[in-house]
Write a protein that binds this ligand. Structure first.
Ligand code: PLP
Length: 417
């Protein structure tokens, strides 16, 4: 495109944008929230799940105090998702994030050798990653070190180099399956290297946030290798702490979350949890188990989610592929995940913040640009996350059409600079 052509195209795009501005939208693809249609799949949990037996399989009265580790049937159900035994499985309340925070807080302040006694505490942060992980670390005063992703998990050369050289680095966050927001699943090789690597801090931990463990769109499912087994074989059984929740299987407002780790590590964590509460909501644990039953039933249930979600992801790919072709091919790259909740856009350098602001100005909310980087700090300013689950296909089409215009407008304006 020569200068004149660019000027002409820019004036068309500006006219289009002004039109949008004159009649603002009220739409959002900012957060990964299940749609009403998805919530309806688990409607039975509210009125129709009969709890026939108030005594759990391990003889706990679910109405009463007791059973800090959760009821046996819930631990077995989550154990089937994490490949953990009963002694390695803990079932808590409705949020895996809260468990992650409690675990980090334990290591910071209440373990036998609290990290907070040291001047600096650091954590490895594969990026683009989940902004709420970064908020948590920042809140606890843990310095975040970004590590690039490869499309198959963290760049292990960088991870090994950093973890082996600096004892202030205490651990790493990993979203192994359909990472938020890049959608990638970690390779077996990266799992083995994480499990086996030598670390300067001897009790290095891996927070393995498997929020999207069963959230496939395709028949061919992406499954991350078992980190606990690999770590046991490597002689570091206490290294990984696995998290899963039913938030995006059933109802995020009233789900159940679990931890899977070595029996020894779990005892250590449970000792700290026991100072916070007597037991979690076992009636909800029972209700979720009654509804979800077993791994096979969960997989069938998740196919219904996929029927609702997958077309939205196909739509994004189809619209971007049609628009960003020819002259516009270089303007943006987008991920095409096989599961999870997000699409990640890589814009040209220096464009992401302006694109997100332009969208906001006309009433369409996106996640803050570069929020997937620790402290929101991405010197390239090229990262945008789309969370399409909670908009209809019709509204998604509108959002994408407008987004294409904003991406082209900002990119061409940047080229003019
Ligand atoms: N972990 C990841 C990677 C997520 O994307 C989300 C929600 O978007 C969560 C955890 C939240 O999990 P929970 O509802 O169990 O706290």
């Amino acid at each position: 495109m020569n200068r004149e052509e660019r000027e002409e195209r820019l004036s068309q795009l500006r006219a289009q944008y002004d039109l949008y501005k004159s009649r603002p939208f009220e739409l959002s693809v900012a957060r990964g929230i299940p749609s009403k249609q998805q919530l309806a799949l688990s409607e039975a949990l509210i009125n129709d799940v009969d709890i026939e037996e108030v005594i759990s399989e391990d003889e706990i009265d679910i109405r009463n105090y007791g059973g800090l580790y959760g009821i046996k049937e819930a631990r077995e159900l989550f154990g089937s998702l994490m490949n953990t035994s009963l002694e390695e499985t803990f079932v808590g309340g409705n949020s895996s994030l809260q468990l992650m925070y409690a675990v980090l807080n334990h290591f910071m302040y209440t373990s036998d050798n609290p990290w907070s006694k040291e001047e600096t505490v650091k954590f490895l942060c594969p990026s683009p990653g989940y902004d709420r992980h970064w908020f948590m670390l920042e809140h606890l005063g843990i310095e975040m070190i970004p590590v690039p992703l490869t499309g198959q998990g963290p760049d292990m050369d960088t991870v090994e180099e950093l973890a082996s050289s600096d004892p202030a680095i205490k651990g790493i966050f990993v979203v192994p399956t359909y990472n938020n927001p890049t959608g990638e699943t970690i390779s077996d090789e990266a799992v083995d290297r994480l499990a086996q690597m030598n670390t300067a801090f001897e009790d290095f931990i891996i927070l393995w946030d498997n929020a999207y463990v069963v959230h496939h769109f395709k028949e061919e499912k992406e499954v991350a290798k078992d980190i606990l087994e690999a770590s046991k074989q490597a002689g570091f059984p206490n290294r990984p702490i696995h998290f899963v929740s039913t938030s995006k299987m059933t109802l995020p407002g009233a789900g159940v979350a679990a931890i899977g780790t070595s029996a020894e590590r779990l005892k250590e964590l449970a000792k700290t949890f026991s100072k916070q509460l007597i037991s979690f909501d076992k009636i909800n644990q029972k209700r979720q188990v009654t509804f979800l039953k077993d791994k096979e039933t969960i997989e069938k249930h998740m196919e219904k989610h996929a029927e609702i979600l997958a077309p939205k992801f196909e739509w994004i790919d189809a619209i971007f592929s049609a628009f960003f072709d020819g002259d516009r091919k270089e303007f943006v790259e987008w991920t095409k995940p096989n599961g999870g909740y997000f699409v990640h856009l890589t814009t040209q350098d220096g464009c992401a913040t302006s694109i997100v602001s332009k969208m906001r100005e006309i009433g369409i909310q996106l996640t803050e640009a570069n929020a997937a980087y620790p402290y929101g700090n991405n010197p390239r300013d090229n990262s945008i996350r789309l969370a399409p689950s909670n908009v209809s296909l019709d509204n998604l089409e509108i959002i994408l059409e407008v987004l294409c215009v904003c991406i082209e407008l900002v990119t061409l304006e940047k080229q003019e600079d």
